[in-house]
Structures are given as C-alpha cells and as structure tokens.
Design a protein around this ligand. Structure first.
Ligand code: EPU
Length: 298
C-alpha cells in the first residue's frame, strides 16, 4: 500500500498495485515489474490517475492484452495503465455500426459481430489484442485490417482532455495509425450486414489459415518484425537459414520464422539478443532492414 505525502496516487489506492510483475499480463509471460500498475474503473479515475502522473513526472504506458509486447527483464519505471474493468469492455450496436470501448477483446468482438451477420471485422480473426491496441497499430494481416472499418475514435491526452477523431482525419497505414494521443478510449466500426453463416464461415477460414501457418502452441508475441514493403519478414528470415536458432530460452520458430518462441526459463534479454542477430543476418543476406512490430518496453 502507498503511504504518506510522497504518495503520488493518494486516494486512488484501490486501483493501484505497486511493483506489479508484468510478465503474467503478457503473452510472452516474461519481463520485470511495473513501478505502478493502474486499473481505472471509469473515465474519472483514469483522468485523475493520468493527471497525477503528469504532476509527478511519472512515465505512462498503456497495456492492452500484452499480445504484441516484450517487457524487459528490468521492467518499467513508470505507471502501466490497464483498461480491463467492465466499463472499458462495453460494446454498443446500432444497426451495423458498432462502438467498442478500448479494453474490448478483439477476438470476442470478431465472434460477436460474425454471429450477428456483421461483415468487415472477421478479417481480424486470430489476431489477439484490445480494440485500443488494435486501432493504435492498425492490427491486421493478409485478409484486411481494422483501419478499413474504423469511422470514429475517441482519444484522451495525459491531462484528461477528450478528442473525437473522425474518418476524415484518421490515417491508417501498414501496422500504424496517425493517432498520437496516449489513450484511445473507444472506436466506432462501420460494418456491413450480411448472412451470419457466410461471415462465420469466412472468419473460420481466416482462423484456419493462421492455425496452419503459425506456431500457436508456443509462447510468442506473434510476428516480431513488420513486413518490409512488398516482402515477407518471415520468408527473409527463413531464407537466411535462421529457423530453429536459439539464444537461451528463445528460439526462432521452425514453423514461421517471424515468430520467436519463449521456452521455459526464457528471459526478455534472450529474445532481444535474438532480435538483433536476426536483423544483422537478414541485412547480411538480403540488405534489407527489419523493423520490429512487437512493442518493446524497457
Ligand atoms: N514464409 C516462409 N517462411 C516462413 C514464414 C513465411 O517462406 O518461415 C512465406 C510463406 O510461405 C508466405 C509468405 O512468406 O508465402 C508470407 O507468410 P504468411 O502468409 O504467413 O504471412 P506473413 O506476411 O508472414 C502476415 C502478418 C501476420 C498475419 C498473417 C496472416 C505481418 C508482419 N504479419 O504474416 O500477423 O497473421 O499475415 O494474415 O504483417 C502479427 O502481426 O503478429 C502476425 C502474426
């Protein structure tokens, strides 16, 4: 518990955990602690907590489902916000228009929209993450991306000011968006009415493609690198002969070379070393620079 006048979060103790291990909140299950782990239950608590961070110069991190994240072994000396309370997972449907709060699990929304016969979001099948994280990095794959159905986004800065961004001033590119505000609070998706059976079948096909081509039974953070324009990072790593290469508990997947599996005992440092080796070797072999897609907190 935080005590005394030095406590930057006085009065907010119910939503704060100090020195909270972050590993359990990531798909990799590795990495050190957050100095503060904050779970606001509503907008007011979020605004109060972020203003305290500003007042006390505490760096702010926003955690989604931790699916595309590698936390260093030392953890982060800052405040990690997690929007996982009920409020942040609310979804409203108005015909084919869906508004989902930031903490909504994309996988659950893919299922729900497909079953309702709402098409356009099933391309996200098998891509883990929250709506907030997904919109921020324009989550997607070869079947489409979230940016193509997003029409409105509500964001918040660290002072707690809210902003409404509409389609006209939103730009989504390959694994990126032009949203710079620290927090995405909700997003509206414009989907199309279709036959639930057809949408569900498409969702299953997309999911099967992923299951057949990616190592889903090992701990990983999905694809480690972005695909260089017109190329496949996985194929480049594969052609460099790196499949199966290990550093400590980290191993380049033999199924899909753009995945680094974390075996028992793996440290974040093992994964980071392997990332650097891959970059060097791919540069030597193909003169192509690989950029990480996975977020690295250190
Ligand atoms: N390939 C190889 N060797 C490998 C891996 C791939 O030769 O080890 C070849 C495949 O045979 C294929 C090509 O490379 O011809 C592309 O591979 P794949 O179809 O698996 O697609 P990808 O570009 O590697 C992208 C996304 C994935 C997403 C899939 C399917 C990126 C970096 N990756 O993978 O997203 O699941 O399409 O939609 O954009 C992620 O973002 O974490 C992720 C896994």
């Amino acid at each position: 518990m935080l005590i005394g006048t030095a406590n930057p979060f006085l009065g907010l103790d119910q939503i704060i955990t100090e020195s909270a291990p972050l590993g359990p909140h990531t798909w990799y299950k590795i990495g050190g602690p957050a100095r503060y782990y904050i779970q606001p239950r509503n907008l007011e608590e979020l605004q109060q907590a972020t203003r305290r961070c500003v007042d006390h110069d505490i760096p702010v991190y926003v955690l989604g489902l931790g699916a595309n994240l590698l936390v260093s072994d030392d953890g982060v000396d800052g405040a990690v916000f997690r929007l996982d309370a009920d409020h942040w997972q609310e979804v409203t449907y108005t015909g084919s228009v869906v508004t989902a709060n930031a903490g909504t699990d994309m996988a659950k929304l893919v299922l729900a929209t497909s079953r309702r016969g709402l098409a356009g979001f099933e391309c996200l099948a098998g891509i883990p993450g929250t709506i907030g994280g997904g919109v921020r990095m324009n989550a997607g794959g070869k079947f489409g991306d979230i940016g193509s159905v997003v029409t409105d986004v509500t964001t918040m800065d660290l002072e707690g000011n809210l902003y409404q961004r509409t389609k006209d001033d939103l730009v989504f590119d390959y694994r990126s968006s032009n949203i710079s505000a620290k927090f995405i609070l909700s997003a509206t998706l414009n989907l199309e009415e279709d036959d639930p059976e057809i949408v569900t079948r498409r969702m299953k096909e997309i999911w099967m493609y992923k299951r057949n081509s990616q190592p889903l039974s090992v701990k990983s953070a999905g694809c480690i690198f972005k695909n260089p324009r017109g190329l496949s990072a996985g194929a480049l790593i594969d052609q460099a002969g790196l499949k199966g290469l290990q550093v400590g508990g980290a191993e380049i997947s033999t199924i899909h070379a753009n995945f680094i599996a974390a075996h028992p005992g793996c440290r974040a440092d093992d994964v980071l070393k392997l990332i650097n080796i891959i970059k060097e070797k791919v540069w030597e072999k193909h003169q192509t620079h690989l950029e990480t897609e996975v977020q690295i907190w250190r």
